[in-house]
Design a binder for this molecule. Structure first.
Ligand code: DGT
Ligand code: CA
Ligand code: CA
Ligand code: ZN
Length: 581
């Protein structure tokens, strides 16, 4: 079992113990063990048979080592199963609702025997929660909203989660003799901001029709699978932990292009492509492109061949949403989409001065290794107390330190001094103008009072960007994908004002932010906004999240010249707060 799976079971057991009002020491021991397993750099499961090594991990005692052995042997933990039998399995889902901790769940269980989201919703609607502690009309409305949000997102996954799962599975399948390629299709290939299920294509000599059954059996035996949904002649579907579904299809090499085109989608794009094929006298399915009149198959081994036969250029997957891309291809006006290699620097990252994990120098070194010409260090300001945010004096000291490291790098990479300054509730900034004036890159972001009325939030952001030292509006909508909706405000008005003032808007590459989204990015571009794409890295490894941001820019049809941090350091500084003519 993987650490993540073991940790998940332990976390869930801790939550269930808390619902059952178990001894707080016991609850804590499960939670501590879960955290230890989750952050352990060695695989804990395989150590189960060497209890001594397990016991060396802080947070894991004798009892917990026995639990891990049990999970490794049986895939289950008896205590968790017992607790689930006492309540209902639906209790775990209830615990995942936003804002529902074990204490609240325990309260509802004790008073009303509520053990599922449906039961909670019914109780809330029928007014049965009233009179319980902390259950005023406001809280009840919040619970109902939480249920709504949860249902809307249930069954979708962040891009990085889907990609990691795809990489692991790919590695497993590629090890089978005669498998030549494992290729990602579906929404993951199109770079959609969240993924419903994973679609993988497997091709190679082993997938010929007389041999494919061995590949099917092999894939159906994937060790990290939770349950098998379907096993067909050349297809396997199953669930991974946390419910992510995977659809794997095995195809002969000569069908690769047709299959990849078909399973990449989107459905809207494919409908239009098939209509085009029919108009030209062809049929197109996942196996081949063929002539209508006599059924003769045409070369279908690559996507390029398919699109060429239909008289259009190959269309990048990120554009295949049925939003005019086929017309653009017909007229040979497909954009040359931005690529990772166009990016020259990253303008939003944190160091260990606040809540980042690495030093300024380590961040610079990591950026250099990624081929960047510059970065900006933009730590938090004091309003975010839990991050140890900087006040005026510390911010000034930090500028000096950044400058010193910049000099140490001797021109190999530029390190701009910066800050991610909080936009306070009334739109004032968290640091004084005199301090902001000393920074190369001031990113202004909202991190508090997300629930202001829309008008107030709009005014607040407008006031903040009027400040002449603000260069970038950070993660402009504040959404957390699958968790928190964007705050209510008038984005269009804000984007217009950013364009007028020359303030750049950020696309944040963190896979659970990705704001602005693809539609908003396109809108920002239409309105003439400067756009920067940043990672908001809190660790050197986070710099690699840039690829998720790039995919959204591509989905917005953006080219390198539409994005500010594709230029060199001097040009960037020149343009950062220049007003349009
Ligand atoms: P998702 O999984 O919700 O994030 O989105 P997709 O686009 O990956 O959708 P999915 O997994 O249902 O199907 C993958 C692709 O396969 C889809 O984009 C187009 C193609 N496809 C699957 N089923 C159908 C179908 O019934 N009709 C058509 N036209 N295409 C389909
Ligand atoms: Ca899919
Ligand atoms: Ca699918
Ligand atoms: Zn931020």
């Amino acid at each position: 079992m993987e650490n993540r799976q073991i940790a998940q079971i332990l976390f869930e057991t801790a939550d269930l113990l808390e619902v059952s009002a178990a001894d707080s020491f016991r609850i804590r021991s499960y939670r501590r063990a879960a955290e230890a397993v989750e952050s352990s750099t060695v695989a804990v499961g395989p150590l189960a048979n060497e209890p001594k090594k397990l016991l060396e991990i802080p947070g894991i005692g004798k009892g917990m080592a026995a639990n891990i052995l049990q999970m490794e042997r049986t895939g289950k933990l008896a205590l968790r199963e017992e607790l689930l039998a006492r309540y209902k399995p639906s209790m775990l889902e209830l615990l995942r609702l936003p804002g529902m901790g074990p204490k609240t769940v325990a309260l509802f269980w004790d008073a009303l025997r509520i053990a599922s989201i449906d039961e909670l919703e019914a109780a809330a609607r029928e007014g049965r929660l009233e009179g319980l502690p902390r259950c005023g009309p406001k809280q009840v409305a919040k619970i109902l909203q939480g249920i709504l949000d949860y249902r809307q997102h249930a069954g979708r996954f962040h891009l990085d989660v889907a990609e990691t799962a795809a990489e692991k599975l790919t590695e497993y399948i590629r090890a089978f003799p005669g498998v030549a390629r494992v290729t990602t299709a579906g929404s993951l290939r199109r770079g959609r901001e969240t993924v419903g299920d994973l679609d993988l294509l497997v091709t190679g000599p082993a997938c010929a029709s007389d041999r494919v059954s061995a590949v099917v059996e092999y894939v159906a035996a994937y060790p990290s699978m939770v349950d098998l949904i379907a096993k067909g002649q050349n297809k396997v579907s199953f669930h991974l932990r946390h419910g992510l579904q995977v659809d794997v299809r095995m195809l002969p090499d000569e069908s690769f292009g047709a299959a990849l085109q078909y399973f990449t989608g989107s459905k809207m794009h494919n409908v239009a492509i098939r209509q085009r094929a029919l108009k030209l006298g062809y049929t197109l399915n996942e196996y081949t492109l063929a002539r209508l009149e006599d059924g003769v198959a045409l070369p279908s081994g690559t996507e390029e061949e398919i699109y060429a036969a239909l008289g259009i250029e190959w269309i990048p997957p990120e554009m295949r949403e049925g939003l005019g891309e086929i017309e653009a291809a017909e007229q040979s006006r497909l954009p040359r989409l931005i690529e990772q290699s166009d990016i020259r620097g990253d303008l939003h990252m944190h160091s260990d001065a606040t809540d980042g994990r690495n030093t300024i120098r380590e961040m610079a070194q990591a950026a250099l290794e990624r081929g960047y010409s510059y970065i900006a260090i933009t730590d938090h300001s004091k309003n975010l107390a839990m991050t140890n945010g900087l006040d005026d004096q510390r911010a000034l000291d930090h500028v000096k330190r950044i400058g010193a490291v910049d000099r140490e790098m001797e021109g190999r990479i530029r390190i701009f001094s910066g800050i991610e300054v909080d936009i306070l509730a009334d739109g004032a900034l968290d640091l004084s103008d005199g301090v902001l004036a000393r920074m190369d890159v001031v990113v202004a972001s909202v991190h508090s009072y997300f629930n202001q009325p829309a008008e107030q939030m709009t005014e607040r952001i407008l006031r903040a960007i009027e400040n002449p030292f603000v260069r970038v509006l950070g993660h402009p909508t504040g959404r957390l994908l699958l968790r928190r909706e964007p705050y209510a405000f008038d984005l269009d008005t804000v984007l217009r004002r950013c364009a007028e003032l020359g303030v750049a808007v950020e696309h944040n590459s963190y896979p659970d932010r990705l704001d602005l989204n693809d539609r908003n990015l396109r809108r920002a571009h239409e309105l003439g906004c400067k756009i920067v794409v940043n990672t908001d890295a809190h660790h050197t490894s986070h710099l690699d999240k840039m690829k998720f941001g790039i995919r959204q820019l591509r989905r917005a049809w953006l080219q390198a010249e539409d994005v500010l941090n594709t230029t060199g350091p001097e040009e960037l500084m020149r343009q950062l707060r220049q007003r349009p003519a």
